[in-house]
Design a protein around this ligand. Sequence first.
Ligand code: RB5
Length: 144
Amino acid sequence: MIAIGCDHGGYELKLAVESYLNDHKLEFTDCGCSGEKVDYPDIAEKLCAKITSGECDRGILICGTGIGMSMCANKVKGIRAAVCGDTFSAKYTRIHNDANVLCMGGRVIGAGLALEIVREFLNNEFEGGRHIARLEKMQKMEGK
Ligand code: RB5
C-alpha cells in the first residue's frame, strides 16, 4: 500500500500522481490535503506514521519544492525520504538508500517528469549487499 500526501503547493501534482496510481491499479491511501492551505509538517507526520506502523510500505509527499516535506519526514525514525527531480535519483535512492518516501516539488517539476520519477521509485528494489552496512550506520545516527 502506498501513502500519498501534499500541501497546497503540491495539490495539482498529487492529483496527477493519483491518476497514475489508479491507472496502474496501485492501491493508495490519501493523507490530505484537498487543496486548502495546510502546514506541510502535519501532512508529513501523518504519512510517516502510516509507514512506521507498517500500514503502508512506500510514501509520496509533494509540497512546493519537496524540501520542507523531506526535512520533516527525515526527522521520523525509520523514514528515509528523498527529494527527487530526476529519474536517475529516484531509481538509485531505492537501489542504494532503500528510500521509503519520495518527495517532489509541485512548483519545480511538471507532471510528465513526476510520473516517470514515481515509476522509477515504485519499480525498483533495494539491492542490499554493500549498502546494508551503510544503512545500518544511518540507523545508528538516528539512535536505533
Ligand atoms: C508552501 O507555500 C511552501 O512553503 C511549501 O509547499 C514547500 O515548498 C515547503 O518546502
